[in-house]
Design a protein around this ligand. Structure first.
Ligand code: KIV
Ligand code: NA
Length: 266
């Protein structure tokens, strides 16, 4: 199948066709979602709390991102693969952000990078896009800034809506090819979507965006405990795997596994 590319996403916006994005951090997730026809895969720094066992995305390093990005890019034949720039890898200077993005493209084989922030990121977005590195922006609740924002809170409410819309325009004008809107009131996200020429990708931003994104371990039910309000669970893999592990252990304990067909008699 032909690779999904940025003009395809642009065309879908023009045609009013919505699309779904999922995160992926490894080969099988990438293969499976690619086969399912998901057009864009995000190797998110949500790897922090979905692969590496951290509580947030803040500790994730570029060295931890690169092998995951490379695995997903190598396994996905159709999907456009976007790689997150992790916290601390791009905020210091254009030079720092540029070098980090180049690593995600060269070593990670990513097709695009994602970064968090609005107006302060404009010079870096411009530098990257001028150099041929497509940028997905990320506004609203930006998890890398959770300590500054005071936790997981809806952004762009009330008077903050106009500011969010201005930030969205700024990243578009700087050259971003799309923008994630996280935990934004649905009417505000819909307004941003109407006013921008580039696709908006919502998470906790209502049904008015051009696309949606979910973290795959959330949508597939791998996590224990309560998921955020904006997650819909499309499978219950945690129960499936617990059942499988218990059935396997019981078979080993009873001697039912391995059977003759799993064994070499000579
Ligand atoms: O890291 C991530 O998974 C993300 C998405 C939720 C947008 O940034
Ligand atoms: Na992220």
């Amino acid at each position: 199948p032909r690779r999904v590319r940025i003009p395809h996403l642009q065309a879908m916006k023009a045609e009013g066709r919505k699309w779904a994005m999922l995160t992926a951090y490894d080969m099988y997730a990438a293969q499976i979602f690619d086969e399912a026809g998901i057009p864009v895969l995000l190797v998110g720094d949500s790897a922090g709390n979905n692969v590496y066992g951290y509580e947030t995305t803040v500790p994730v390093t570029l060295d931890e991102m690169v092998p995951l990005v490379r695995a997903v890019s190598s396994a996905a034949h159709r999907a456009l693969v976007v790689a997150d720039l992790p916290f601390g890898s791009y905020g210091a200077s254009i030079e720092q952000g540029f070098a980090s993005a180049v690593r995600l493209m060269k070593e990670g084989l990513a097709h695009a990078v994602k970064l968090e922030g609005g107006a302060p990121m404009v010079p870096l977005i411009r530098a990257l896009t001028d150099a041929g590195i497509p940028v997905m922006a990320h506004l609203g609740f930006t998890p890398q800034s959770e300590h500054q924002l005071g936790g997981y809170r809806v952004q762009g409410r009330g008077d903050a809506a106009d500011e969010l819309i201005a930030e969205a325009r700024a990243v578009q004008d700087a050259g971003a090819f799309s923008v994630v809107l996280e935990m934004v009131p649905a009417p505000v996200a819909a307004r941003v979507t109407e006013e921008l020429a580039i696709p908006t990708i919502g998470i906790g931003a209502g049904a008015g965006t051009d696309a949606q994104v979910l973290v795959w371990s959330d949508f597939a039910g791998l996590r224990s405990g309560k998921a955020p309000r904006f997650v819909k669970k499309y499978a219950d893999l945690r129960s499936t795997l617990i059942d499988a592990a218990q059935a396997y252990a019981a078979d080993v304990e009873s001697g039912a596994f391995p059977a003759a067909e799993h064994s070499f008699e000579s």
